[in-house]
Design a protein around this ligand. Structure first.
Ligand code: ATP
Ligand code: MG
Ligand code: MG
Ligand code: MG
Length: 569
């Protein structure tokens, strides 16, 4: 493709409002143009890259058997009233009226519309599971559209919806999407993290966010270096819905104070007491809230979260519990790490790898220096209330999984999110299938979204240098840039044509800069546009020699035209 015949208007400077590098590059490289706040048009090179991201998404979703459909932009208010979201969504929902005054909204997501499809199209358990998806423009009247395509009011989204008979089926559909999303973001060249997320207004029981790591991202992430737990900060701070009530009941029945040992409990949790390093102490109370039994153990591994559940099940508030490692044990006043709270202890056994190594008397407080009190006694020194000089860690500063007190914070750009919806939409919209006995049953649904335009910009945010974009080959608008130093020179032009022809025959996408511009301008544009491979045809064309360079590496080498062509394929 000859650049002299294409439109390209690169800019030296980006408009002031473009704060982020990726936003500046999108505009300077002439990939997009702003039309109104949060509304963009895609220019030829930008649209090529956007379609590449779109096709990666399509290929991976088709590969797992999802079926592509297309739903409308304008959706009748009636559907949204059925689910209740017409009232709950707020001003982000872009509401419009037709000429007869009927209410519609421009779809910000399509749970209602797709549930209506299921209601009319599917009927029997024999047809299940089904997963439908679309790649379509979405509308959200964001309070603060900004950062270019990262937070726009019109954006391209891939949204998928699964319909299953039961929760087990929904779990399988969910994990299929999870895997496809991993492949999609890897193919896009993103450095991303998968974190637990809040379901938010979409609803449901479980959710993961796919977040491209970036300091400019709006998503705040918490990550535990100890056990690998990762969540949005929102989610890490909100562990209220865990443990699940039923699980708590079950655990309660296993651990009856005074009747079970820590080994019993560990066995139940499939935890090897011997391989344990974490300290945990259980304290149970008598009716008067006096500590009645103390068991301290070291536990290791990834089951700590269950320990927290267990302690919850025993009715001990979570902020009374702290996990500690061996080094911290006994650091102050001979106290066991492992318990924070207003408890006076006597003869508390310390068990290490099932061995009794000592007893502890009379201490209370956090597992931190200067936060302990000694010689305190329930009833005499306090009653029920938390003693005020104990530092209680705020939720989110402590890992909800392993309990380690310090959790690392980072930022990311939310590029995708998947949800287990359960029956929220199928129930509110009375959407049933018939089971083997002819009974009406509600579907278990999941929904899955990728911001395609946002992903495109996240890729640029992660792949650039001071000269411009450095496209991963999978989403580059073209693979190779051939720069012809002097297009008036027939030898140079002929060699460039030959290389271009060979490459295109092999399926390599080539942009040939044959414009009548100074070489400096062409090189600057080549850096800015960031095509992965650059071949420069200049004075040595007569000897059949060209310059070959990868945009990412910056090192130029001289090669024969044949070698350069071979290397670019
Ligand atoms: P955010 O937290 O950034 O507002 P969201 O959680 O509201 O996003 P979802 O409802 O989960 O977004 O939508 C699925 C995907 O659509 C998001 O993961 C994101 O990639 C994309 N997306 C959402 N809002 C926008 C927007 N205003 N502009 C561009 N992409 C968006
Ligand atoms: Mg949002
Ligand atoms: Mg979000
Ligand atoms: Mg989201």
């Amino acid at each position: 493709m000859k650049l002299s015949k294409r439109h390209l208007k690169t800019l030296r400077e980006a408009p002031k409002e473009a704060e982020l590098v990726s936003h500046q590059l999108l505009i300077r490289a002439n990939l997009v143009r702003k039309v109104a706040a949060g509304i963009y048009e895609f220019m030829p090179l930008g649209y090529r890259s956007l379609r590449k991201v779109e096709n990666i998404v399509r290929e991976e979703l088709d590969r797992i058997g999802d079926q592509e459909i297309l739903m409308p932009g304008p959706n009748p208010a009636e559907l949204w009233k059925e689910s209740g979201r017409w009232y709950a969504y707020g001003p982000e929902l872009w509401r419009i009226k037709d000429r007869n005054g009927r209410d519609f909204c421009l779809g910000p997501t399509h749970e209602e519309t797709v549930t209506d499809i299921a209601r009319n199209e599917f009927s029997s358990y024999r047809e299940l599971p089904q997963t439908l998806y679309q790649i379509q423009w979405k509308y959200r009247d964001e309070a603060r559209p900004r950062y270019g395509l990262l937070r726009s009011r019109e954006f391209l989204m891939s949204d998928g919806y699964s319909f299953d008979r039961d929760e087990a089926g929904m779990d399988v559909s969910y994990m299929n999407e999870y895997g496809a999303y991993e492949r999609i973001f890897t193919r896009c060249g993103l450095d991303y993290r998968i974190v637990e997320a809040d379901n938010g207004p979409i609803g449901g029981s479980r959710s993961h966010e796919f977040s491209a790591l970036s300091n400019v991202g709006e998503s705040e992430l918490a990550h535990c270096p100890e056990c690998g737990y990762a969540a949005t900060l929102e989610r890490a701070e909100c562990v209220d819905d865990e443990p699940v009530q039923e699980e708590m009941e079950e655990l309660k029945s296993v651990y009856t104070p005074g009747t079970k040992t820590i080994e019993d409990v560990c066995n139940y949790l499939h935890m090897d007491v011997k391989k344990s390093i974490k300290a945990l102490m259980f304290v149970t109370y008598d009716d008067e809230l006096n500590p009645a039994e103390y068991v301290c153990a070291f536990v290791r591994g990834d089951r700590e979260v269950n320990m927290i559940k267990l302690v919850n099940a025993l009715g001990i508030p979570e902020h009374y519990i702290e996990f500690a490692n061996e080094d911290e044990m006994g650091a102050t006043t001979g106290c066991v790490g492992g318990f924070t709270g207003p408890v006076g202890l006597q003869n508390c056994k310390i068990v290490v790898d099932s061995e009794l190594v000592g007893t502890v008397n009379m201490c209370a407080g956090a597992n931190k220096e200067d936060h302990h009190m000694t010689g305190v006694c329930y009833g005499r020194d306090y009653k029920g209330d938390i003693v005020t000089d104990i530092k209680v860690l705020k939720e989110g500063e402590r890992c909800p999984k392993c309990g380690k007190p310090i959790i690392e914070h980072s930022r990311g750009i939310e590029v995708g999110q998947i949800f287990k919806l359960g029956t929220k939409y199928s129930e509110s919209m009375k959407t049933f299938y018939k089971d083997e006995n002819g009974n009406d049953c509600v579907y278990q649904m999941g929904c899955y979204g990728i911001g395609i335009t946002r992903t495109l910009q996240a890729i640029i945010e992660q792949h650039n240098d001071e000269d411009g974009i450095i496209w991963p080959i999978s989403v580059a608008p073209y693979h190779v840039m051939i720069t012809v130093i002097n297009p008036q020179d027939e030898t140079q032009m002929n060699l460039a044509d030959k290389i271009e022809e060979e490459l295109e025959k092999a399926g390599v996408e080539v942009l040939c800069d044959d414009r009548d511009e100074r070489p400096g301008v062409k090189f600057k544009d080549a850096d800015l546009l960031g095509l992965p491979i650059r071949i420069t045809v200049g004075k040595k064309a007569g000897e059949g020699v060209v310059e070959y360079k990868l945009r990412r590496e910056g090192e130029m080498t001289l090669k024969s035209a044949e070698d350069a062509t071979k290397d670019a394929i």
